[in-house]
Design a protein around this ligand. Structure first.
Ligand SMILES: [Zn+2]
Length: 340
């Protein structure tokens, strides 16, 4: 059997026309009836085997023979050849690839990478969290906070409640810091930064001025966010997924943006509902533990809800940065849960 093609000698970019001839257990390559080389079939690798591509012979000394007819298939088989052709012809293999490739991508992006990110959060040095929190806080302060106009003695009273709770819960006062700000954009509100700074607006302190225990419930909810590292987790998750996407799509400049923009991400997204529930249940458990009632929590939500409903009628919200009620589970659900 004579097969026309090209012979590529080892370690050379030159090639020559030739004829391959199969004789017993050998393949002989010749040119103008002049024998160039002969190889044992058992030492030959078939490298292609895919439809539309020539079935290339690869010899163990590194030289190759490629048939001119791309559809020609050698009458002998090797394992490699067989497997490739079977795979290529198998509809199921293709279908599986179509289904599992996106599934794999999705799993990596939304499950595996965020899980690794969350895990790595626990190993994050305290100084990194501190820096991240303080940077985001500076941003929020510029955007939405004004100097507090709360009377000093009113501030001192809330501060004292806060300190007492920290003490009773054995929480570090250098981590959990309370700040007061006036804020038109947030209204009656409280929020916690990743590193433990907790902000109470003048509007909230005034709203709950005659319900000190309800204000404690709100503070406990915010402490819960810090204890469970919600904002660090959320930032790490979204940053990790964005970095993976940037790597996949080759947008490496995007990574710098992610690294710089983590604070803004945190501010815009608010917490997930699961995180809010976790902070709520932290507050309810600790209220009980400190000898207060979970009704204090329900009172706080109720007061906040009515404050925000009446406020929305005449103040158009500039943005929904960290809005206390919007990112939380429905107020009624939380009130019912607390009153149970
Ligand atoms: Zn919350």
């Amino acid at each position: 059997m004579h097969v026309q093609g090209h012979y590529f000698p080892k370690a050379s970019s030159n090639y020559q026309q030739g004829v391959a001839n199969i004789r017993d257990t050998l393949v002989e390559i010749s040119h103008d009836d002049q024998l160039i080389s002969s190889y044992a079939i058992s030492d030959i690798t078939l490298t292609s085997g895919l439809a539309g591509l020539a079935d290339e012979l690869r010899f163990d000394d590194g030289s190759r023979f490629i048939p001119s007819d791309v559809n020609y298939r050698w009458p002998f088989k090797t394992d490699k050849h067989d497997l490739l052709e079977r795979l290529e012809k198998s509809k199921w293999a293709i279908l599986a690839a179509i289904i599992f490739t996106p599934l794999f991508m999705w799993l990596m992006l939304y499950k595996v990478v965020p899980a690794i990110a969350v895990y790595s959060v626990d190993t994050l040095p305290r100084s990194v969290v501190e820096q991240m929190g303080e940077q985001s806080f500076t941003l929020i302060e510029k955007l939405a906070l004004d100097e507090s106009e709360l009377p000093i003695d009113q501030q001192a009273k809330v501060q004292q409640h806060f300190n007492t709770m920290l003490n009773e819960l054995s929480l570090e006062p250098s981590v959990y810091r309370l700040s007061f700000y006036k804020s038109e954009s947030f209204g009656a509100n409280a929020f916690a930064m990743p590193h433990g700074r907790i902000v109470v607006t003048d509007e909230l302190a005034n709203l709950l001025a005659d319900k000190p225990d309800a204000l404690k419930a709100v503070l406990l909810h915010e402490i819960g966010h810090v204890v469970h590292q919600h904002s660090v987790r959320m930032t790490a998750q979204s940053a990790a997924s964005t970095i993976v996407l940037a790597v996949i799509f080759g947008d490496l400049e995007g990574i710098a943006e992610v690294a710089l923009g983590t604070g803004a991400t945190f501010a815009q997204q608010g917490f997930s509902r699961d995180m809010e529930r976790e902070a709520d249940s932290y507050a309810l458990i600790q209220l009980e533990h400190l000898g207060y009632s979970s009704n204090d929590f329900a009172d706080a939500i109720q007061a906040l809800q009515s404050a925000h409903t009446s406020e929305n009628e005449h103040i158009e919200k500039v943005n929904n940065l960290l809005e206390y009620l919007s990112s939380h589970p429905s107020a009624q659900e939380r009130i019912d849960n607390a009153r149970k």
